[in-house]
Design a protein around this ligand. Structure first.
Ligand code: SF4
Length: 361
């Protein structure tokens, strides 16, 4: 619970080898980042298994954010493989990498530098046991990110708690306990509603302001009615306070809520990027298909090339571009300019989800 409440902040687990169960010379080797919450969950998910877990330095940040921000790269993976002594402990050379690290970890670089055979694991660590049962083969469904009830509940906790504290404080300062409770509950209601709606209504682009406005209005209306029912001291001034707090909550959430979800591109990106496939360069390696968390790409077995089948689902993470050995994928900006693969590999994403890039004409 403590890790969950502090989820927004980096929290470092020691790097190196963690043995789960009683791993032997044929046991699987799995890499993850050194975010404490992730390591704990890996241990829980793999309880009853015998696994060599290599905890690489991701700056104490979760795998996806760290890789996208350039804090978790192939250098960190190579380092933990070389320094952990794992080569002396196993007879095989297969290592499973976290799929959501594919924006920062170049799989081929790890192979070249270590002689190991890296392959991608599932998008969600909860799927690790049945992937291990399949000898490391990841079903297509397990490559896609989900945003299930538990994930939504976690994000609500992360966002609603600080907002409720801030709103409650303001309510207390300008009203009293009843107003503090009303404002805090309104903020929690807005946050719950927004995360329940992720993937169902627009939360990116200009449409997000409409969504958040409607949600805030409904929450304020509900809170007002509730407070009228339980107290006779609730005035129109209090309603104004509620409205201001709701607008502030919606405004804060609108800053980059999309970028904190697995369903939308970051709202901080200055220009929309579209992933573009140069079919003539594609040799059908399909590394991109394996790492895409949104099922945008598919291998066409007939022509033995990759094709883009669901461009609207692209969240512009760049993982496919980073992994393509032929540079057959790239981003094109809304103004027509191209972002070359090498630029993506070099700059990654910064922590605000906005790319710092050079573009070619
Ligand atoms: S197609 Fe889009 S979502 Fe899929 S890996 Fe590439 S950039 Fe990410």
């Amino acid at each position: 619970m403590r890790d969950l409440l502090l989820r927004l902040f980096p929290h470092r687990h020691p790097t190196g080898l963690v043995e789960i169960g009683a791993p032997g010379r044929e046991s699987p080797v799995i890499v993850t980042g050194n975010y404490t919450l992730t390591v704990r969950r890996m241990k829980r998910a793999l309880r009853g298994r015998d696994v060599h877990l290599l905890v690489a330095d991701s700056g104490g940040i979760n795998v996806w954010c760290a890789a996208g921000g350039g804090h978790f790269t192939h250098h960190d993976v190579v380092s933990v493989i070389r320094t952990s002594g794992i080569s002396d402990l196993v007879d095989h050379r297969r290592v499973m990498l976290p799929q959501l690290g594919a924006t920062g970890i170049e799989r081929r670089y790890v192979a070249d530098k270590t002689g190991w055979d890296p392959h991608w694991g599932p998008a969600h660590l909860e799927d690790l046991p049945h992937v291990l049962d399949r000898a490391g083969r990841v079903p297509v469904a397990d490559r896609k990110v989900r945003f299930g009830l538990r994930d939504r509940a976690e994000m609500i906790t992360v966002w609603a708690l600080p907002m409720a504290l801030i709103g409650g404080g303001i309510g207390l300062a300008f009203g009293g306990p009843a107003q503090a409770a009303a404002v805090a509950l309104t903020m929690v209601a807005i946050t719950c509603a927004v995360f329940a709606l992720v993937g169902r209504v627009p939360l990116s682009g200009p449409g997000r302001f409409v969504t958040l406005g409607v949600v805030a209005s409904v929450a304020v209306g509900g809170a007002w009615v509730a407070m009228e029912a339980v107290t006779t001291t609730f005035s129109s001034r209090d309603a104004v306070l509620l409205g201001v707090a709701a607008t502030a909550t919606a405004g804060l959430l609108a800053v980059d809520l999309p970028g904190t979800t697995p369903w939308y591109p970051s709202a901080m990106a200055k220009d929309a990027f579209t992933v573009e496939l140069l079919s003539e360069s594609c040799t059908g390696a399909a590394d991109c298909v394996t790492v895409c968390p949104r099922g945008v790409l598919r291998m066409n077995g007939v022509i033995r090339k990759v094709e883009i089948v669901d461009p609207d689902s692209c969240i512009q993470c760049g993982a496919c571009i980073v992994q393509c050995p032929e540079n057959a994928l790239r981003f094109r900006r809304a103004d027509g300019r191209v972002v070359e693969p090498e630029t993506i590999r070099t700059t990654r994403l910064n922590l605000l989800g906005s790319r710092t890039i050079e573009v070619s004409h």
